[in-house]
Design a protein. Structure first.
Length: 359
């Protein structure tokens, strides 16, 4: 196993330590990496330096510069996190998705019994987590740059515009899934309790795939397929699919694990899988062969789903959260970790990203 070095600077609204300790998704684009975290409201870009051994030149893009976030500043003036859990770069856009999840308050070591019970009874909602959006990418000074809008690069068609599902409650993915017989009952359950938790995103043509860490249903993981369309203003819509529904559900036998990330490779999807509940491992990568050719909802438990890698994991730390194809090498993947172990942080603002070769 090899590693690549990524260096972040204090250039955005969030302390660099918050970025380093909460990385949840990664996407490679030439000499550049896009990275996101589950504790921030920004998208990070780093660029491979001239020496070819470190990604730096860090630029931070606040998502609120391009889209009106549904949850504004709290009483302390802080904007609630988006909890970005997935990226994909498709056409002229960078797509991103929030977790769409509820959270149960943590019990802290200093809590007395009554305080612990009170914390465990408190469930938090955050509208900013309910975004599935796209942001235009243009080239400025030779660098891929996020913008709110831009002319189409070929001069054909309408302008490129930032847009999303979830800017309003009625356009949320969870609103669409509310009546679903499989997923609907889990929308009011916190993520770490096997409730709904989006942790993967892949875009193939018009298809947008959302990988669910939870719920896992009797050992079966779920991938939701959508077809976003242009809507009004910055709202996206959804195209009807089977039986008039605006989504499909695909059920995958990941040996009881949930989806932690998705990565498109041709018509295949690489699936990073890990525990649904608050556990460390196991962590694996599967290949769902021909995923983008599925013409209806499918149950995948055969040769179409192949276990290709077992990844290391820590005890209480070092949780693999995001995967991307290694730049210039489609036979290898980059892996980023939430709550990274100390050996991944050799200096302030620096993180080591693993590189694994696919069989």
């Amino acid at each position: 196993m090899e590693t690549v070095t990524v260096r972040f600077d204090d250039v955005g609204p969030h302390p660099v330590v918050d970025i380093v300790e909460s990385l949840s998704t990664i996407k490679s684009e030439g000499r550049h990496l896009w990275l996101g975290g589950d504790e921030t409201t920004t998208i990070e870009r780093v660029t491979l330096g001239a020496a070819g051994d470190t990604y730096d030149n860090h630029v931070s893009f606040p998502v609120g510069d391009f889209l009106p976030l549904p949850a504004g500043p709290d009483a302390d003036g802080a904007i609630p996190e988006i909890d970005i859990e997935g990226f994909d770069r498709h056409g002229d856009y960078l797509w991103f998705v929030g977790s769409h999840s509820l959270t149960r308050k943590r019990v802290k070591p200093h809590h007395a019994t009554e305080d612990a019970l009170r914390a465990l009874a408190k469930i938090r909602k955050n509208a900013n987590r309910h975004l599935l959006g796209r942001i235009p990418v243009v080239t400025r000074d030779g660098l891929p740059t996020l913008v709110g809008s831009a002319a189409a690069p070929d001069g054909a068609g309408g302008p490129l515009t930032a847009a999303a599902l979830g800017l309003r409650k009625q356009t949320r993915v969870t609103t669409v899934l509310k009546g679903d017989k499989h997923l609907g009952p889990f929308l009011t359950i916190p993520s770490k309790d096997n409730g709904l938790d989006v942790e993967g995103l892949a875009v193939v043509g018009e298809r947008v795939y959302l990988g669910l860490r939870g719920p896992v249903l009797r050992g079966w993981a779920v991938v939701v397929e959508l077809r976003p369309t242009e809507g009004d203003g910055q709202d996206l819509g959804l195209r009807p699919l089977d039986g008039g529904l605006s989504y499909r559900k695909h059920f995958l036998n990941l040996d009881g694990l949930g989806v932690r990330d998705l990565l498109a490779q041709g018509d295949d999807l690489l699936v990073l899988a890990g525990p649904t509940m608050d556990l460390d491992g196991p962590v694996r990568v599967y290949r769902w062969r021909g995923a983008a050719r599925a013409a209806t909802s499918v149950v995948v438990d055969d040769e179409a789903l192949v276990r290709v890698l077992d990844l290391p994991f820590g005890e209480g730390d070092d949780h693999a959260e995001g995967i991307a194809l290694a730049p210039g090498d489609p036979s290898s993947i980059l892996v980023v970790h939430d709550s990274p172990a100390a050996h991944r942080r050799p200096a302030p603002g620096v993180i080591l990203v693993d590189v694994f070769r696919l069989p």
